[in-house]
Ligand binder design. Structure first.
Ligand code: SGN
Ligand code: CA
Length: 522
């Protein structure tokens, strides 16, 4: 495989005494959400929900900047994705392999490099890397996954404070407050505003409880996938809409009815328990009658197993999109603030999310697999005066590219050990892919026990995807042109014999390039 060059910029570090003479380096506002699927962003196109649901503010950012269509994750879960963003490295090299890891905060990260060069650095919202944030002048984070309702925030002195209201609104309030009260207005800043939404358990804001009432949203074609033509492992995961939702936690019932309806018992809606009496009343007013209708139908025997799954899908997708409505509104609020204060002019704004998500495709919710829905990440960037409005770069990028991009934006050298590549050459060049850009992205999932998705790693080119499942010693190969929904692995199809050999070689070469030790993942 062609060696992927590490980009070294020759720009001087502008924290030098000469800095005053140079134009102010741009500020960076990095808006990051949790589990936002591309299928639920209108600007990404082809959303099956487009007739019913739009993301006008994210779309506005996309209209004014660049939207990367081929944007991928290195490891499709929360902590690992965040660790890759901070370090510019694959999981194996930053040490955060899965959500049971602890982030080694002593390692270099892009906020540290930027801070050392004179940026003011702040982080607000979801962190989820277990250890305390390092490299930020200011931080205020949710504990672990955080809560939607009346959330707690860990303060820099180690104490925890509770704030009444809805988490997405509060994170935006805190983001704007930080901008308002910035200590040193002479310094450029990097601000990471990181949302909990739209992560499970998909609790909407009160103002969105009734959204989509009386509407049926479209189902994905593969909602009732039988998993034929692919590894048996697709059958043994635990993330189906049909069997792996909890009555309380996911479906918003107060207690399990006598008939199970294919749902699991045991995890109540502990978000409800956090609500004030008034909030609870409003919640019950909205969900109570709908729940009762379902229970009556179930008891009357009007719903077969398929109909129950369809009902659960509706409950799920509506709540998911409702949480995104609040997210999009708040992104609009932040963009307006940047406009009104004039900050927008010299501020780069990015919208991204830690990985993609299944919205019923293949019968699933959640992520983890190397299949397209969870492999992708939204990446939208607006950079006034540099990025042409509305461009759609085609280069295959990954979250390991964000850190080197921020370094180059700040005029810093990209250290040799960073594995990603700066996107600046793409951004400055109308979105065109440089000739020496990568042809393959690498993906690694360690196979933690949550949801029982087995370990696998692989590579994807523009057309093909191959991954290896070490526990069962199996290969999967997909032709994304002939089979965009990845319904049939062609690893043993004679017509693909050559492609299979070629892709296996690419897999080995890419692993060698990123220095993935033999035996990993296991
Ligand atoms: C929780 C969720 C899972 C989800 C993980 C990881 N379960 O464990 O459904 O896959 O988070 O999500 S829940 O019962 O607690 O809601 S991640 O985005 O943090 O990686
Ligand atoms: Ca996530």
């Amino acid at each position: 495989m062609r060696k992927l060059p590490i980009l070294i910029t020759t720009l001087a570090i502008t924290a030098s005494p000469l800095a005053g003479a140079q134009p102010q380096r741009p500020n960076i506002v990095f808006i990051f959400s949790d589990d936002h699927a591309l299928q639920a962003i209108t600007a990404y196109g082809n959303s099956r929900y487009a007739e019913y649901f739009e993301t006008p503010n994210i779309d506005r950012l996309a209209a004014e900047g660049a939207l990367f269509k081929n944007s991928f994750c290195a490891n499709s879960i929360c902590g690992p994705s965040r660790a890759s963003v901070l370090t510019g490295k694959h999981s194996v090299h930053n040490g955060f392999m899965d959500n049971s890891s602890r982030f080694d905060g002593s390692q270099p990260t892009f906020p540290k490099y930027l801070g050392e060069s004179g940026y003011e650095t702040a982080l607000i919202g979801k962190w989820h890397l277990v250890t305390e944030p390092t490299g930020f002048d200011h931080w205020e984070i949710l504990p672990g996954q955080g809560s939607y309702w009346n959330p707690d925030f860990i303060q820099m002195d180690g104490s925890t404070k509770r704030f009444e209201g809805y988490v997405t609104d509060i994170i935006t309030d805190k983001t704007i407050d930080w901008l308002e009260d910035r200590k040193d207005e002479e310094k450029p800043f990097v601000l990471m505003s990181q949302h909990k939404a739209p992560h499970r358990n998909w609790m909407p804001a009160e103002r969105h409880f009734m959204m989509f009432d009386g509407v049926d949203l479209p189902e994905p074609e593969s909602l009732f996938d039988d998993y034929s033509g692919r590894s048996e492992a697709l059958k043994t995961q635990e993330m189906t809409i049909s069997d792996h939702f909890f009555w309380g936690w996911d479906m918003f019932f107060h207690e399990a009815p006598p008939e199970t309806g294919g749902m699991m018992d045991g995890l109540p809606n502990h978000e409800y328990r956090r609500m004030t009496d008034l909030q609870k009343r409003s919640f019950d007013y909205a969900y109570g009658p709908r729940n009762q209708r379902f229970l009556d139908d179930l008891a009357a025997g009007n719903l077969d197993a398929k109909a129950v799954t369809s009902w659960k899908y509706q409950r799920y997708i509506k709540n998911y999109l409702r949480t995104i409505r609040a997210l999009d509104e708040n992104i609009g609020r932040l963009l307006d603030y940047l406009d009104e204060t004039g900050l927008a002019e010299n501020t780069i704004v990015i919208y991204s999310s830690d990985q993609g998500f299944y919205l019923g495709e293949k019968g699933w919710y959640d992520k983890r697999w190397m299949f397209e829905e969870s492999l992708v990440m939204p990446f939208i960037i607006r950079w006034p005066g540099v990025v042409e409005s509305g461009i759609r770069p085609q280069a295959m990028i990954q979250n390991i590219d964000y850190a080197p991009t921020f370094l180059e934006i700040a005029g810093l050298e990209v250290p040799e050990d960073i594995q990603g590549r700066s996107l600046v050459p793409i951004l400055e060049n109308g979105g065109d892919t440089p000739d020496d850009w990568r042809d393959f992205i690498y993906y690694f999932y360690s196979g933690e026990s949550t949801h029982r998705v087995p370990a696998h790693d692989g590579v994807r080119s523009e057309r093909y995807k191959i991954f290896y499942l070490p526990r069962t010693d199996e290969w999967q190969l997909f032709d994304l042109v002939e089979d965009p929904n990845e319904m049939r692995s062609v690893h043993d199809d004679p017509a693909y014999a050559e492609v299979f050999v070629e892709m296996k070689a690419r897999y080995e070469a890419t692993r060698a390039h990123y220095e993935i030790a033999e035996g990993l993942p296991n």
